[in-house]
Design a protein around this ligand. Structure first.
Ligand code: PRX
Length: 663
C-alpha cells in the first residue's frame, strides 16, 4: 500500500472519546496545560516542581552551547531520595514493588520502608567495594527486585548505572563495560524463563574475560540464596562477591543520599544506531527525573494509590523511566515480573491483573498481537478492570488497537499510544488521555511543551498538518533529552543534530533533533509514526542496528560479505533477513548458516536471531560499491523492485529474488 492509500484508509477511521469514567478522575483534565507548557522553558518547571530539591535551580534552561543543553541549572537533588525517602512518612507501609515469578507462588511485596532499607544497605556495600561518586557501575540483571534496588543504590551514592539488558550476550556486555571502563559489574547467578533456571552469571564471567578493562569486582546476587548457587556457577576468588554475604555486614546501614547537580549523569543506556558500535545515551539527574515523573503523572495518569504495571523489561529505557523512576517518584505501586508471558500459562498476565487489581497496564504492540493470536477466550477467564492501557515501541495497527480496546480495555479504558526513544528519556508524542480523542494507529499530538515537526531530506520544513510524510524532528529542547553520547560529543552531534540543524548557530532554536523516524503529520495535527528511516530495525520492539548484525555475521570466517534487510512480520513487526556471500572455495552449507546464527547470538543476543540466512552469489551494489539494502528489503517483502539502474550489475536483484521466492 502506498503512503497515500494508507493515509486515505486511516483518514476514515473514527475517533474514540476517552470514557467518562477516565476523564472525571484524570491527573490532566484542563486543556490549559498545553498553553502553560508552551511558555518555554518555564512550562517545564511544573515537572521539576513534582520533585524534592535540595537546592532549587537558578536557571530553568541554558541553551547557550547547543546542542549541549542544560536544565534546572544550579539545582541539586537525589533520585533515590525522590523515589523512596520522601514517601516514607506518608506511605512507608505501602507496596512500592510488587514482584512475581513465573512460578506464581513465588511473590514479593516490597513496601517503601523495605525498599529504603535495602537500597541503603546496598549503597553501603557498593561504597565498601570502593564505588565512588561518578564511577559507572555496569549491571547485567534480569527482572528481579535486586535490579531496581541496585539502580537506586547507585543513584543514592551518585554512581551512574549502566544496565545492560539480561538478554544481551557476553560480547555485548564486554563492549559496554569497555566503553565506560567500568570496573564493577553486578549480576545474578540465574533466573527463570519458561520454567528453565538459566545460568546467567557465565555471561558476566566471559565478558570480564573479554573486556580490555580490568574489572575488579563482580557482585553476584543469587536467585535462591548464596547456599543454593546455580549449579554451574563458579565463583572466582578475589573478584566475585556474593551480594547477600556482603550485605550481612551492612544490616541496618544508612547512607545519606548524595546531593547531585541537576546536570550530573544519572545513568547510561546503550542503544543501537547506524554503526556497529552501540551508543551510550547519557541521561542527567534533574531533567530526566523531572520529565519521567511529569509524563508518568500526566500521560500515564499514575496516582499513588494505583497499582501500575508496565510489562516491559527494566533492561530497556521503558523500564527505567516507566517501571522504576517515574512510578516510584510518584509513590505508586509498580509491578514487575520474571519470566515469559506464556509461562506457566497463556492467561497468567490477566490472572495477575485480577489478583492485584491492576489499574494501569503498559505493553508493546508485539505483545498485543501475541495476545490476539492466543485468542480472547483466554482473556475472558479473568476478571480485571483497567482504566488506562498504554502501548509503546512500535506502530500499532488499527485492528490490533481495536482488539486491545475491546478485549483488554472492555471498551471503557483509554488506550494511549506513546512515541518516544531511549534518547528522549520519556514520551514525546502521545495524547494526554483525557484531553484528546484516541485515533487507532496515530500516536497523537506532541506532549506538553514538545514541538515536533517534519522536514524533507534537505531539511526543509514540511507544512504542518497537511497529511504529508517526512523526517520527524523535535524543534525545541526538553528536560528528558539525552545529554550526550557517553564519551563522544562528536557522535552526539553527528547522529542527532547535524542533518537538520544550523550547526554554525549558537541560537538553540536553530537546532533540530533528528529522531531517525519517518512520520505523517495528519490534518488533525496527530502524528502517525511510520518507523525508522535509518539502518535500525525494530524486532518485537527491540531496537537492533543492521550494522551490528552485519558485522556479527561477517565475523564468520567463511562469510565474504553480509547485508541485512528488514522483513515485515505479522507478530514481531520486523525480523532480520541476512543475505550473505561466501568466500572463494567455500560451500554454502547448513554449517555456515548455523555459524552465522551462532555468531549473531554470541555478539548480540538470542533476541536478535535472524529469521533467515540467505546465500547469494552477489549482493546488489552500486557502481561505487555501496550495498543497496533497500533492494534486499524489497525482495524480502516481495515488493516490486525500485530503481535498479544505478547498480553495477542490474540483474543481481532478480537473481536474488528467484532464489528467495522462486521463479
Ligand atoms: O521507531 C520508533 C519506535 O521505537 C524507536 C525507539 O526505540 P527505543 O529507543 O528502543 O525505545 C523504545 C521505547 C521508547 C523509535 O525511534 N517507536 C517507539 N514508540 C513508538 C515507535 N514507533 C511507533 N509508535 C510508537 N508509539
Amino acid at each position: 500500500m502506498t503512503d497515500d492509500e494508507l493515509e486515505a484508509k486511516l483518514g476514515d477511521r473514527d475517533y474514540y472519546r476517552p470514557p467518562a469514567k477516565f476523564v472525571g478522575q484524570a491527573n490532566a483534565s484542563d486543556p490549559a496545560i498545553y498553553d502553560q507548557f508552551d511558555e518555554f522553558p518555564e512550562g517545564f518547571e511544573a515537572y521539576a516542581e513534582l520533585l524534592d530539591w535540595d537546592e532549587y535551580w537558578d536557571e530553568t534552561f541554558d541553551g547557550s552551547n547547543p546542542p549541549f543543553f542544560e536544565w534546572f541549572v544550579g539545582g541539586k537533588l537525589n533520585a533515590s531520595y525522590n523515589c523512596v525517602d520522601r514517601h516514607l512518612d506518608e506511605r512507608g507501609d505501602q507496596t512500592a514493588l510488587l514482584w512475581e515469578s513465573e512460578d506464581t507462588d513465588e511473590r514479593r511485596r516490597i513496601a517503601y520502608q523495605d525498599l529504603y532499607r535495602e537500597i541503603n544497605e546496598v549503597a553501603a556495600a557498593l561504597k565498601d567495594l570502593g564505588v565512588e561518586e561518578d564511577d559507572v557501575v555496569t549491571l547485567h540483571m534480569p527482572m528481579l527486585p535486586e535490579l531496581p534496588i541496585t539502580m537506586l543504590a547507585c543513584a543514592r551514592i551518585g554512581a551512574p548505572h549502566s544496565e545492560v539488558f539480561a538478554g544481551f550476550s557476553a560480547d555485548a556486555l564486554a563492549t559496554r563495560i569497555d566503553d565506560t571502563e567500568s570496573d564493577i559489574v553486578v549480576t545474578v547467578d540465574g533466573y527463570y524463563r519458561r520454567g528453565e533456571f538459566l545460568h546467567h552469571k557465565q555471561k558476566a564471567d566471559q565478558a570480564v574475560e573479554m573486556a580490555e578493562t580490568d574489572v575488579d569486582d563482580v557482585l553476584v546476587w543469587t536467585r535462591h540464596g548464596p547456599e543454593n548457587l546455580h549449579e554451574e556457577a563458579e565463583m572466582e576468588d578475589g573478584r566475585d562477591i556474593l551480594a547477600e554475604e556482603l550485605l550481612e555486614d551492612f544490616q541496618g546501614a544508612r547512607v545519606d543520599p548524595v546531593s547531585r547537580d541537576a546536570e550530573d549523569p544519572l545513568f547510561l543506556m546503550y542503544t543501537s544506531g547506524t554503526t556497529g558500535k552501540p551508543k551510550g545515551c547519557q541521561h542527567r539527574t534533574g531533567g530526566y527525573l523531572a520529565y519521567a515523573t511529569g509524563t508518568s503523572k500526566y500521560v500515564l495518569d499514575i496516582k499513588p494509590e494505583d497499582t501500575y504495571w508496565c510489562a516491559a523489561d527494566i533492561g530497556w529505557i521503558t523500564g527505567h523511566s516507566y517501571i522504576v523512576y517515574g512510578p516510584l517518584s510518584l509513590g505508586t505501586t509498580s509491578v514487575m515480573r520474571e519470566g515469559a508471558p506464556d509461562a506457566p500459562h497463556k492467561g497468567v498476565i490477566w490472572e495477575m491483573a485480577e489478583r492485584y487489581d491492576v489499574d494501569i497496564f503498559h505493553t508493546s504492540p508485539t505483545a498485543v498481537r501475541m495476545f490476539m493470536k492466543w485468542g480472547e477466550e483466554i482473556v475472558e477467564n479473568y476478571d480485571f478492570d483497567f482504566r488506562h492501557l498504554t502501548t509503546v515501541g512500535e506502530p500499532i495497527q488499527p485492528e490490533v488497537w481495536e482488539w486491545y480496546y475491546e478485549h483488554i480495555g472492555g471498551e471503557d479504558a483509554v488506550i494511549v499510544d506513546t512515541w518516544w526513544q531511549t534518547e528522549t528519556g520519556g514520551h514525546l508524542i502521545t495524547n494526554l488521555p483525557a484531553l484528546k480523542d484516541m485515533k487507532p494507529g496515530s500516536a497523537g499530538i506532541p506532549c506538553p511543551g514538545i514541538e515536533a515537526g517534519l522536514v524533507d531530506d534537505q531539511g526543509e520544513e514540511i507544512e504542518p498538518a497537511t497529511g504529508q510524510a517526512g523526517n520527524l524532528v523535535i524543534k525545541r529542547p526538553w528536560p528528558g533529552m539525552l545529554q550526550t553520547v557517553y564519551g563522544d560529543d562528536e557522535r552526539f552531534i553527528e547522529t542527532y543534530w547535524e542533518d537538520f540543524s544550523d550547526t554554525e548557530s549558537s541560537d538553540w532554536s536553530d537546532w533540530n533533533y533528528k529522531a531517525g523516524d519517518g512520520a505523517v503529520h495528519e490534518t488533525d495535527g496527530y502524528f502517525r509514526i511510520l518507523g525508522r528511516l535509518d539502518d535500525v530495525m525494530n524486532v518485537a520492539g527491540h531496537r537492533i542496528g543492521t550494522m551490528e548484525l552485519e558485522s556479527a555475521a561477517a565475523e564468520v570466517s567463511d562469510v565474504a560479505e553480509a547485508a541485512v534487510a528488514a522483513r515485515e512480520h505479522d507478530q514481531k513487526g520486523e525480523v532480520p533477513d541476512v543475505y550473505v556471500t561466501v568466500r572463494e572455495g567455500v560451500e554454502e552449507s547448513d554449517g555456515v548458516r548455523s555459524a552465522i546464527y551462532e555468531a549473531i547470538e554470541d555478539e548480540i543476543g538470542a533476541f536478535a536471531r535472524p529469521a533467515n540466512v540467505i546465500f547469494v552469489d552477489e549482493l546488489p551494489k552500486t557502481r561505487s560499491g555501496k550495498i543497496m539494502r533497500r533492494l534486499l528489503e524489497e525482495i524480502s517483502n516481495d515488493e516490486s523492485l525500485g530503481n535498479t539502474s544505478t547498480l553495477r550489475d542490474p540483474s543481481v536483484p532478480e537473481q536474488i529474488r528467484e532464489k528467495v521466492h522462486g521463479e
